[in-house]
Design a protein around this ligand. Structure first.
Ligand code: MG
Length: 366
C-alpha cells in the first residue's frame, strides 16, 4: 500500500535551523482543551469526506454501496483512534493535527480510497479555468503596485476553496460553488491579522528575486486564480518559479499530476505561462507530501535537488495547513512569504483573530 511520504526523509534545504525545526509545534498531549477541539473537528468532518468520496466513486462508475461500506468501516476505525488519542494522549509520541491527518489518510487508503475529492477538484478546476482569461486581462491592465496587491488578494480569495475546514466545505457541498470575484471583493479589510503587504511591496520595487519556490495548496480557484497568477506576476518581474505540490492526494489539495495537467491547459490560454514553461523559467516538482499540512523535515529528494540546483532566494508557503498550522514559525535562510485565509475558529483563536481573517507573513533573514 502506498502511504503518503512514507519513504521521504529529506529536509527542505532552506530551513535556517533544521535541527530545531518542528512541523506543527503545538503538541496536543498537554493541551486537553485544544485536543478535544481538534478531535471534534476531525470527527465532524469525516462524514463530509465520505459524501465527496461517494460522489467521486459514483462518477468513476464504482460500486457505490461497497465503497460506502468500506468508508463506514474507516470512519469507525478513525473514531476509535481519536477516542484512544483523547483517552491516552501520551501513548502516541507527539500528538498534533498532522498526526491526525496521517491517521485519516491511513484509514482511507486502507479502504482503497486514494482521492476522495477528485470529482470536486475537477469541477472547480474547470470552473476556475473559465474565469482565468478575464482575470489575467484585468491584472494586466493594472499598474505595478496595484497588480501586486491584486494577485495577493486573489490568493486569499482562491484559498476559500478548502474542503478540509468544516465551514468552507459546506460552501462547496453537493456541487455548490462560490464566485471568485465576489469573495475577492469581500475580503477582510487591512490591516490583516498578519499584514506584511507594505514590506512585500517595498521589496518588490527592488532587485527581482532570482528564483522562488512556491508550496501550493488546493485545486480549483486556489491554484488557478490564486497561485498561478501570482507565479505569473513573479515571472513578469524577472523571477523564475518552481511550483511544488503534493505527491499524493489529500482532501482537495492539488496533486503534482493535476498541476502538470493544469499548466498545460493554462499554457494554451496564456502566452506568458506558455513562454515561461517553454524556456524552463516555470517548472513544477512533487513535494513528497501527502497531507494538507507539511513537514519540511520530510520532503522529496526531487524537491531538495530542484531547490539546491536553482539558487532559490524566495520561499512562499500558501494555505492554512501548510503556512499557518504547520509552519507559521518556520524560519528560512532566505526571504519567506506565508499566505492564508483563516477558515477554522480554533486556528483563529490561536492566532488571536477571527474566521476569514487573512495572514500575510513576510520575513527576511536577520
Ligand atoms: Mg489544502
Amino acid at each position: 500500500m502506498n502511504l503518503p511520504a512514507a519513504s521521504s526523509t529529506h529536509v527542505f534545504p532552506l530551513l535556517a535551523d533544521p535541527r530545531g525545526y518542528q512541523a506543527c509545534p503545538l503538541d496536543l498531549r498537554d493541551q486537553p482543551q485544544l485536543r478535544a477541539y481538534w478531535i471534534g473537528v476531525f470527527r465532524d468532518h469525516f462524514p463530509k469526506l465520505i459524501e465527496e468520496a461517494l460522489r467521486t466513486a459514483e462518477a468513476a462508475g464504482q460500486a457505490v454501496g461497497m465503497v460506502h461500506n468500506r468508508l463506514r468501516e474507516s470512519q469507525v476505525a478513525f473514531h476509535q483512534w481519536l477516542d484512544r488519542a483523547d483517552a491516552e494522549p501520551h501513548g502516541f509520541g507527539r500528538l498534533t493535527i498532522l498526526t491526525m491527518c496521517i491517521e485519516r489518510e491511513r484509514v482511507l487508503r486502507f479502504a482503497g480510497v486514494d482521492d476522495a475529492y477528485r470529482l470536486a477538484k475537477q469541477r472547480e478546476n474547470q470552473k476556475a479555468l473559465s474565469v482565468l482569461p478575464s482575470l489575467l486581462d484585468q491584472l494586466d491592465a493594472m499598474p505595478d503596485d496595484a497588480r501586486a496587491v491584486a494577485v495577493i488578494e486573489g490568493i486569499f480569495a482562491g484559498n476559500i476553496f478548502d474542503m478540509g475546514a468544516v465551514q468552507t466545505a459546506d460552501l462547496f457541498r453537493d456541487g455548490a460553488s462560490v464566485d471568485f470575484h465576489q469573495v475577492r471583493g469581500r475580503l477582510a479589510k487591512r490591516p490583516w491579522l498578519i499584514d506584511g503587504l507594505d514590506s512585500w511591496l517595498a521589496r518588490l520595487r527592488g532587485k527581482p528575486y532570482r528564483r522562488a519556490v512556491l508550496f501550493v495548496d488546493n485545486a480549483g480557484p486556489d491554484i488557478v486564480l490564486g497561485m498561478i497568477p501570482f507565479a505569473r506576476d513573479l515571472l513578469r518581474r524577472g523571477t523564475d518559479v518552481l511550483l511544488t505540490a503534493n505527491t499524493l492526494a489529500s482532501l482537495n489539495d492539488v496533486t503534482i499530476d493535476e498541476l502538470h495537467e493544469l499548466l498545460v491547459q493554462v499554457a494554451t490560454i496564456d502566452p506568458v505561462i506558455r513562454e515561461a514553461v517553454g524556456k524552463g523559467r516555470l517548472s513544477c516538482v512533487a513535494s513528497g507530501n501527502g497531507y494538507p499540512l507539511i513537514d519540511l523535515a520530510n520532503v522529496s529528494l526531487e524537491l531538495v535537488e530542484a531547490v539546491q540546483s536553482r539558487a532559490v532566494d524566495l520561499v512562499v508557503i500558501e494555505g492554512m495547513g501548510r503556512a499557518v498550522e504547520s509552519n507559521i514559525d518556520a524560519v528560512f535562510t532566505c526571504d519567506a512569504l506565508k499566505l492564508a485565509m483563516v477558515k477554522d475558529p480554533g486556528v483563529a483563536r490561536v492566532l488571536g483573530g477571527r474566521m476569514y481573517d487573512l495572514v500575510m507573513k513576510f520575513d527576511s533573514p536577520a
